[in-house]
Ligand binder design. Structure first.
Ligand code: ATP
Ligand code: FE
Length: 356
């Protein structure tokens, strides 16, 4: 089967073609991602209206490029997968409308995909993983532990009750006068810093569950920064580096400790080939990756992280999720709607922690 995927739920317009023959590894024939950071740079965040307009303008071109790179025409595609939520509603609508148009025009089947399912299934695109595996999805907008039991079967063990770590990295960078995106900037600055110089809290570690909180860290950091500025008449380089190191260490410690709890819950199911996978932009952080790897080793569980280009928003993950759901019988028609909120876990008591 060969699937075309479409994604436009945040600030990346993406199209990709993925092919899979049972018994072999899936192949990404093309993956085109058009970012919009330059359009939103002046506003300090993604402006939904601007994002939606840009998606609508670029989707056709994106699809054209993805097909061209895959050296295929629409006639050689078996189906279309599209992100139908969660996300900025104007953006989600752009791709859903595009997919409907393509489906009507070609008669190809269409499958709506939950963006979070796309992220959560990504490790199976590049790695030979067995269900059930444990997933930590940690990005700019999300932070949650999931047990992935199948292409359409997820249990949420817990997640952030306020900010996502990526968002906290970005806000920290802003507070310390570093550039955006904040994650890489804070990581680079932290290299020369000493985390032990700035005591920061480790929120919610006193609670036995897998829930996390990152917004208080940012407030604690702001207070520490202001004390240092008052003491030295400005923010010294050494203090900036120490603040970055302390912040990064606090986030990493919380993720590691909550991973231990999630691993215990997951291992109580007795999976035959236990694996812990991480995805999302924050998974690019070397400190985070290293500590999660150590934690996995403590539990004798295999650790895996997809390549960075597949960790952040892309359409290959949507095409792959769509292909698999199609194979298990999923089909959508013209009643497919765009959903701003869409928890992955149907038993989820609340949508808190989806981060959006
Ligand atoms: P979502 O995928 O939840 O819709 P998003 O598209 O904003 O949100 P991603 O593209 O997965 O998220 O990741 C971007 C986030 O990852 C940003 O907040 C960025 O600061 C963070 N990030 C990127 N690299 C690093 C790093 N090296 N260390 C920490 N954070 C990082
Ligand atoms: Fe995403």
């Amino acid at each position: 089967l060969t699937f075309l995927g479409l994604e436009s739920s945040c600030d990346d317009t993406a199209a990709a073609v993925v092919r899979h023959t049972p018994g072999s590894c899936p192949e990404i024939l093309s993956s085109v991602v058009m970012g919009q950071s330059e359009l939103h740079a002046d506003f300090g965040g993604v402006v939904p209206e601007i994002a939606a307009r840009a998606h609508a303008e670029r989707l056709d071109l994106c699809v054209e490029q993805a097909l061209k790179k895959a050296a295929l025409t629409l006639r050689e595609i078996d189906g279309i997968a599209v992100t139908a939520g969660p996300g900025l509603i104007g953006g989600v609508l752009s791709a859903v409308m595009c997919a409907k148009g393509l489906s009507i025009g070609t008669g190809l089947p269409m499958v709506g995909i939950n963006h979070l399912a796309g992220h959560a299934l990504t490790p199976t695109l590049t790695d030979d993983l067995e269900f059930p595996y444990l997933m930590l999805l940690v990005s700019g907008g999300h932070c949650q532990f999931l047990i992935v039991r199948g292409v359409d079967d997820f249990s949420r063990l817990g997640g952030t009750i306020d900010d996502a770590p990526g968002e906290a990295f970005d806000k920290t960078a802003k507070l310390l006068g570093l550039g955006q995106p904040g994650g890489p900037a804070v990581e680079a600055c932290a290299m020369s810093g000493d985390a032990a110089q700035i005591p920061l809290p480790r929120p919610l570690l006193d609670r036995p569950d897998c829930d996390m909180s990152f917004s208080g860290l940012k407030t604690a950091l702001l207070r520490a920064r202001d004390l240092l500025v008052a003491k030295h008449g400005g923010l010294r380089e050494v203090d900036r580096a120490n603040l970055c190191a302390a912040f990064q260490q606090a986030v990493t410690d919380v993720l590691a400790e909550k991973s231990r709890r999630a691993l215990k819950l997951y291992l109580s199911e007795n999976p035959t080939h236990p694996a812990f996978a991480v995805a999302g932009g924050v998974a690019a952080n070397k400190r985070v990756r290293a500590l999660l790897e150590t934690v996995s080793a403590e539990f004798d569980v295999r650790f895996t992280a997809p390549p960075l280009a597949l960790c952040t928003d892309n359409a290959a993950m949507i095409a792959w999720a769509g292909l698999q759901r199609y194979r298990s019988g999923a089909r959508d028609d013209m009643t497919l709607s765009a959903r701003p909120r869409w928890p992955l876990d149907k038993t989820s008591p609340s949508m808190l922690g989806s981060g959006k």
